[in-house]
Design a protein around this ligand. Structure first.
Ligand code: PLP
Length: 425
């Protein structure tokens, strides 16, 4: 697989390089040189999820990994299903939260971890990341127990929910978690300083494993095929898919699936009050505002870092951005949507509820709508229980860890101290 840097087309890399490097020169994103449509989509849709995913990824990645190697990676990464749940005659929820950290990021995170391990060829890698809650858990679980990989996750002490902390600070082994006496921004600044320290970088093989990594997107392409495959045959041609979006990686993956020939009538972008993209699609002005905190906090992004990939794909395919549906919901509307969806018999959380609400508002009778449910309701326990006035049961991955001791270390906001900590791995 060949990829080029969107900001500088002369920089071309292999898939392995793109996975290890993350970003190109000038912070440019890597983009596939070719997305060749499948000849036989319907045959592909007949296959079981894991087998089909191996086909899709092999088609995209090519011979950098043998099919047998790739099958091994996919079987290890995709150990949970993505069920399509019927909500009404022409509306379905695609549940992407059945992985170990109860969010769709498990698909991309686990596949990226497998790819990095495969491409590291025994060199030691240290994954360093800062988290305000969710990404830390997905990274920790994805890399847990993998050889030659050390993971260090910084988080602001006392500023993440106790349950979130339990989910990734009780693993031990190759996962080190650090409660920093500061805010999330301090954690991020420490990580940035580490990546600017060339000597440290080389000594411990620093890698960020962040959300712009191309391997994540390729993994996510697979569940769009699964969504359509699970639809009744007669509904497959009319699918409209709504994606709750923050950094727009998930939407990018869906669009790649369409470019591969997956029959999707159109995509619908759904955001919260951080609505840079819906406003851009409506008025043609790219005008990010200050990010505001919302109930759907994983989408509290006003400068989405994957958007250049979306634009690039529309450009190379000759599609028009006017084909994208869009909508934004503030917190009051989100609460209302969550209640109406619950009244229809489906228990959701704020991100999925926004996608559903934007979808159902623009779905015609002959169309079939699929909205992506990106997190388990229990991940947003407090708001879901308050809004719907009910008690949620803790799902197994959370319940299992709730009573385990926290294994985190403590550090002040001090780069020298952190540097030393990183070196004594
Ligand atoms: C990360 C996340 C999103 C946003 O996904 P993007 O790919 O960044 O657009 C939506 N919902 C949840 C629950 C998330 O964790």
């Amino acid at each position: 697989m060949k990829l080029y840097n969107i900001k500088d087309h002369t920089e071309q890399v292999s898939f392995a390089q793109a996975v290890k490097q993350g970003l190109g020169r000038g912070q440019g994103l890597f983009f596939p040189e070719q997305i060749q449509p499948f000849a036989d989509i319907h045959g592909l849709l007949e296959k079981p999820f894991v087998e089909r995913s191996v086909e899709i990824l092999h088609h995209l990645i090519g011979d950098e990994l043998t099919k047998a190697q790739l099958a091994q990676l996919v079987q290890t990464a995709f150990v949970f299903p993505a069920p399509l749940v019927k909500v009404s005659d022409n509306q379905y929820a695609l549940e992407l939260f059945h992985g170990p950290t109860l969010a769709f990021k498990d698909f991309g995170g686990r596949f990226m971890a497998q790819c990095l391990t495969a491409f590291s060829q025994g060199e030691k890698i240290t994954i360093l990341t800062a988290t305000s809650g969710d990404t830390g858990a997905a990274v920790a679980h994805a890399f847990y127990g993998l050889p030659n990989i050390e993971v260090v996750i910084l988080y602001p002490k006392g500023k993440i929910s106790p349950l979130q902390e339990k989910l990734f600070c009780t693993l031990g082994g190759n996962i080190r978690t650090v409660a920093v006496d500061g805010a999330f921004d301090d954690c991020q600044a420490l990580v940035k300083q580490a990546f600017d320290d060339e000597e440290l970088k080389a000594a411990i093989g620093l890698n960020s494993a962040n959300s712009i990594n191309i391997s994540r997107l390729l993994a996510q392409v697979c569940y769009y095929f699964e969504a359509v495959a699970e639809l009744p045959l007669e509904q497959r041609a009319e699918a409209v898919i709504a994606v709750p979006s923050g950094n727009f990686g998930n939407l990018t993956a869906g669009l790649i699936a369409k470019a591969l020939g997956l029959p999707v009538k159109r995509f619908v972008v759904a955001t919260n009050a951080n609505d840079t993209v819906p406003r851009y699609l409506a008025a043609g002005q790219w005008d990010p505002k200050t990010t505001v905190a919302t109930l759907s906090n994983a989408m509290d992004v006003s400068r989405p870092n994957n958007w250049p990939r979306v634009e690039e794909l529309f450009k190379v395919k000759g599609w028009s951005l006017s084909e994208l549906g869009y909508g934004a919901r503030d917190d009051v509307q989100t609460e209302d949507a969550l209640k109406r969806l619950h009244a229809q018999g489906y228990l959701c959380e704020p991100h999925g509820a926004i996608a559903w609400d934007v979808l159902q508002a623009q779905l015609s009778d002959e169309e079939v709508g699929i909205f992506l449910c990106t997190a388990h309701p229990a991940k947003f326990q407090e708001s879901v229980e308050r809004i719907l006035d009910l008690k949620l049961e803790l799902p197994a991955p959370l319940a299992e860890r709730a009573d385990l001791p926290l294994l985190s270390d403590n550090l002040p906001v001090d780069f020298a101290a952190m540097r030393q900590y990183l070196l004594k791995a």
